[in-house]
Design a protein around this ligand. Structure first.
Ligand SMILES: N[C@@H](CCC(=O)N[C@@H](CS)C(=O)NCC(=O)O)C(=O)O
Length: 248
């Protein structure tokens, strides 16, 4: 099922890339879910992973964030992706989009118990803080800031190591929205390792197992296009920081 959905997603990619300036979908479109994306955005990936896990068909349009189309600026209050169009309605903010998808499609990925659900939301927020730490790491322009950013990421990995239980996923065997958030977070690490930045998971066996389980999952793999790692490297290189100097 997931593989099939992944193919639908990938088959629509060339079509999506032809429509960078495309206006919002008409009301009678085949699918009423239209995700507006940027090719390396981790927040977009959360929505895609959620859709793929649920087997929900959707259309996807990629925009260039360095040159945002007018139609996008009109519908995106913060000028950010992801944006999910539901028919003629617009949703923004990845957590809101994920929860809307979860409340309207099966299987439910958020836990039923309110306290557990609240804790899951908190750990999704922690993933956003982790993405910010990663951003600080690859824009750091001197060795001191670079080391401080790495220490910050490692402290967050330690915190995760402390809350994980038997795995392999955040809540055991059952995939949750927390996993969707961390699928895109962990995707950075193979790219960092390829640049010689290793050792992230040493002494953190639970996080390592969780990361491996997520990166092996079809929904996580198919949430980005082929060539993702090269695009991320090019993006990092463009930042001109310490990490950029490792890229040929
Ligand atoms: N809090 C937002 C963050 C989304 C976000 O920061 N998206 C980035 C791309 S990954 C963006 O669109 N930035 C706008 C820009 O670069 O101008 C969410 O969870 O959806």
């Amino acid at each position: 099922m997931l593989a099939a959905v992944g193919r639908i997603c990938c088959m629509s990619l060339p079509e999506a890339s032809l429509h960078l300036q495309r206006p919002p979908l008409p009301e009678n479109a085949v699918s009423n879910l239209h995700l507006i994306s940027f090719d390396i955005c981790p927040y977009v990936q959360r929505a895609v992973i959620t859709l793929l896990e649920k087997g929900v068909p959707f259309e996807r349009t990629y925009i260039d964030l360095a040159n945002k189309p007018d139609w996008f600026l009109k519908i995106s209050p913060l000028g950010k992706v992801p944006v999910l169009q539901v028919g003629n309605e617009v949703l923004f903010e990845s957590a809101v989009i994920a929860e809307y998808l979860d409340e309207t499609t099966e299987p439910r990925l958020h836990p039923a118990d309110p306290l557990t659900r609240a804790k899951h939301r908190a750990w999704i927020e922690f993933a956003s803080a982790g993405l910010m730490s990663l951003w600080n790491y690859y824009v750091a322009t001197d060795d001191k800031a670079f080391a401080a950013a790495r220490a910050d990421i490692e402290a967050k990995l330690d915190r995760l190591e402390g809350v994980l239980e038997d795995g392999p996923l955040f809540a055991g065997e059952t995939f949750s929205l927390v996993d969707a958030a961390y699928g895109s977070f962990f995707r950075y690490f193979p790219v960092l390792e390829a640049l010689g930045e290793t050792g992230w998971f040493d002494g953190r066996p639970k996080v390592a197992r969780w990361k491996d389980a997520l990166l092996a999952r079809p929904s996580v793999q198919n949430a980005v296009q082929p060539g993702y790692a090269d695009k991320l490297q090019a993006f990092i290189k463009g930042k001109g920081g310490v990490l950029a100097s490792r890229i040929a």
